[in-house]
Every structure is written in structure tokens, then in C-alpha cells.
Design a protein around this ligand. Structure first.
Ligand SMILES: Cc1ncc(COP(=O)(O)O)c(C=O)c1O
Length: 391
């Protein structure tokens, strides 16, 4: 399988981990040799309920028995799709009530910036330095990492960057700005939380100049920070909220939610302002609905904060300088990138899955499923500290 993997499947890095997956259940992934790996990454924050959660699997199976794909998005009324959008609306503050479902996080970002341009009639989009919003051309344009953008230029014009958490930079948001788009917690940058009511101040500035405030909740959203949406921790409210990853419970999804009034602008003059064949697919919507219900109805959200404390307590080590983030969106910051690489690779040998962050080479990603048990957390932390002990 290794040779075929390198030959037939497109690669994203020269050195993929190339584990041969047999199956996955709960907090564990099993390889073809029967070795179990405790998963501290959860498919990069996507498997919020762990692997193959019975309620998600049951929802997929029962929807598959009814119908699969029937029509391009937005034409027919499909119950799981409708119920999912209603449940999202129920748990968002007014006027955020209308959701457009798409196929991935990056497509939801594309949709949100199109919506902001269409709604305001302006073109300028302001994003934060060190942000990550996805990899299609529009989302990539929002990145300020020149080295990664350079081979793909020219990207979409009229994008400006401000420093995350800099109040001084808010003056760059003006009446020319269509939208300011920020991650609620900066992921790739190293799980940087907003400070001193920063997001609230951005919201106020957007209100003053008539710009749309977009929050990318693709990683922090759906319970990972102890609240259903990360912004609930920071005293603010966006005009468009973008979700993905953990919403699908392991299936591919993206969503952007705005007021009904704002969202209407995508369907008219011109009509079909955003279209997608498979967005809102009923099987994926059924999986997402089951996931969302479970996150809302269980104790997983308050428990995420208790689990954060367990991780902080058990990762108290001289080589860990800091633990950043909130809930189960955490990054252990070590002294040197070589230590990050060593710990991640050695941990995999020892049956623990860890991963890197995009732009912070000293960070070790810790984003386990919300369903991970306290015992599993302690077990995983011991693997990390024993590797660090031997340095
Ligand atoms: C904050 C954030 N935005 C957008 C994306 C892109 O989502 P996707 O990979 O589903 O396109 C990601 C994925 O890592 C992300 O973390």
C-alpha cells in the first residue's frame, strides 16, 4: 500500500506520516498491524465526537436508506438539511438565522466573502496576519504568508492585513471595507486567543463604518472551547459566522450563517450568487444534525473545560513553556521546533497521535475528540512527558 499511496494519491508534503489505517473507534485509530493509537488530533479538530460515534453512524445509515443525493443545493426541501439549519439558528443570537451549507470550510469562507462583497457593494476585505482560512484561491488570498502564496499569484485583489489583537490597527477598517474576517481563536498561528475585548472592538469598528464582521469558527466552533461557538467566550457577535470541521462529526461540511436579509442577496440579482451541487447533502446533514444534537444535549461542552485543566495539570513540564488555547483546542509550546518534531514522531511510535500547527513550529497540537475520557487524556499526557523526560 505504501508504494501505491505515493504513486496514485496526490501528496501534500514530501514526508507524510503514511500510517495504514484499518479502522477507528472512539478515541482510537487502529493500523493494519492492529496497533492502537490514542488520537489527540481528531482529524485536525474534525471528529468532535470521536471516531464512528454510534449516533452519527446510525444517522448516516438511516438517511442512506431513505435517499442520497437528489438535487443541487437549495431547490428541494430535504428534512435533515432543513433541521440542521434550524438547529444552528436556534443556538445563534438574532439576527443570525439563515445558513448556507457547503462542502468544506474553505468553500464556506469563499461564500462568506462573496456575501459580504455582494451585501455591501464594496470590495476590500481585511484579514489578520498569521491567519488561516483555507486553501482555495479566495481563502488563500486572505493569508499573509507570502512564501505560501507566491507560487499561486495573482490571487484576488483588495485584501489588507491587520495585526490580530492590535487596537491600533483598527483604524485601517474604513468605509471602503466590505468585511473584516478573523478566526475567533487564531489556529495556525499557535492558538492565539483574543485579548482585552479585541473582537468586541472589531465588531464596534465594523458597525461604525458599515463593514461586515465575519468570524471563522471552523476550528473553535461546535463545542471545542466549552461553548457552542467560540465567540460566546469573548463578548461579541459577528454578522456572519462560518463553521465546518467538527460540525460534520467526521463527514465533510462547511456552513456560513447570516441574517435572512443579508443571505437573500445571494439568491437574487443576479440569482445563483453561490451554487454548489453537493452542499447540504442529506447524508452529511444527517451526520451533522446528530453531531450537533449530541454536543448540545450532552455535558461535552462543560467537560471540555474540565479536560483542559487536566491537560494543563498533566503537561506541566520544564520543556513546555506555555499551553495556549481554550477547552480542547490547545497547543503545547516547547523550547525548539526540533523538540516539536521529535515529540510528534516519537509519540506516533508510542501509540499517540499528535500534530503540528501551520505557522508555529514550536507548537504541538492537542485537539482530541470532545468525547475523550479523563483517563485517556492522562495516558496521552504521560506519553508526552515521558518523551520530554528523555531529552
Ligand atoms: C480556521 C480555519 N478556517 C478554515 C479552514 C479550512 O477548512 P477546510 O480544510 O475544511 O477547507 C480551516 C482548516 O484547517 C481552519 O482551521
Amino acid at each position: 500500500m505504501q508504494d501505491d499511496f505515493f504513486k496514485y494519491q496526490a501528496q501534500t508534503t514530501p514526508h507524510p506520516l503514511a500510517m495504514e489505517v484499518s479502522h477507528a473507534k472512539g478515541s482510537y485509530i487502529f493500523d493494519k498491524k492492529g496497533k492502537a493509537y490514542l488520537d489527540f488530533v481528531a482529524g485536525v479538530s474534525a471528529c468532535s465526537l470521536g471516531h464512528s460515534h454510534p449516533k452519527v453512524v446510525e444517522a448516516i445509515k438511516s438517511q442512506a436508506d431513505q435517499y442520497l443525493h437528489v438535487m443541487v443545493y437549495g431547490e428541494y426541501i430535504q428534512e435533515p438539511t432543513l433541521e440542521l439549519t434550524k438547529l444552528i439558528a436556534k443556538h445563534l443570537p438574532a439576527p443570525l438565522e439563515t445558513t448556507y451549507l457547503v462542502n468544506s470550510g474553505t468553500e464556506a469562507i469563499e461564500g462568506s466573502i462573496k456575501l459580504a462583497r455582494r451585501y455591501t457593494g464594496r470590495t476590500e476585505i481585511i484579514a489578520a496576519k498569521n491567519s488561516y482560512h483555507g486553501n482555495t484561491m479566495g481563502s488563500l488570498s486572505l493569508m499573509d504568508y507570502e512564501e505560501r502564496k507566491a507560487p499561486f499569484l495573482p490571487l484576488i485583489p483588495d485584501i489588507k492585513h491587520i495585526r490580530f489583537n492590535s487596537e491600533a490597527d483598527l483604524k485601517h477598517i474604513t468605509t471602503k471595507t466590505a468585511a473584516v474576517i478573523l478566526e475567533t481563536i487564531q489556529g495556525g498561528a499557535g492558538f492565539i486567543e483574543p485579548q482585552n475585548n479585541y473582537l468586541q472592538k472589531v465588531q464596534q469598528r465594523c458597525n461604525e463604518v458599515g463593514a461586515v464582521f465575519i468570524l471563522d469558527e471552523i476550528q473553535p466552533g461546535i463545542g471545542r472551547t466549552g461553548k457552542l461557538f467560540g465567540f460566546e467566550n469573548y463578548n461579541c457577535q459577528p454578522d456572519i459566522v462560518v463553521t465546518g470541521k467538527g460540525l460534520g462529526g467526521g463527514l465533510p461540511i462547511g456552513a456560513f450563517t447570516a441574517s435572512n436579509d443579508m443571505m437573500q442577496t445571494l439568491s437574487d440579482n443576479p440569482k445563483l450568487g453561490h451554487i454548489t451541487t453537493f452542499g447540504g447533502n442529506p447524508v452529511i446533514a444527517a451526520a451533522a444534525l446528530a453531531t450537533l444534537k449530541e454536543v448540545i444535549e450532552s455535558n461535552l461542552m462543560p467537560e471540555a473545560l474540565e479536560k483542559e485543566q487536566i491537560i494543563r495539570t498533566h503537561l506541566n513540564h520544564k520543556h513546555i513553556k506555555e499551553i495556549r488555547g481554550k477547552g480542547l483546542m490547545l497547543a503545547a509550546i516547547v523550547d525548539h521546533p526540533d523538540i516539536t518534531n521529535h515529540v510528534i514522531l516519537k509519540a506516533q511510535d508510542e501509540g499517540l497521535i499528535l500534530f503540528w500547527l501551520l505557522f508555529e513550529p514550536k507548537a504541538i497540537r492537542i485537539t482530541p475528540p470532545l468525547t475523550i475520557s479523563n483517563e485517556e487524556i492522562i495516558k496521552g499526557c504521560k506519553v508526552i512527558t515521558s518523551i520530554l523526560d528523555k531529552l
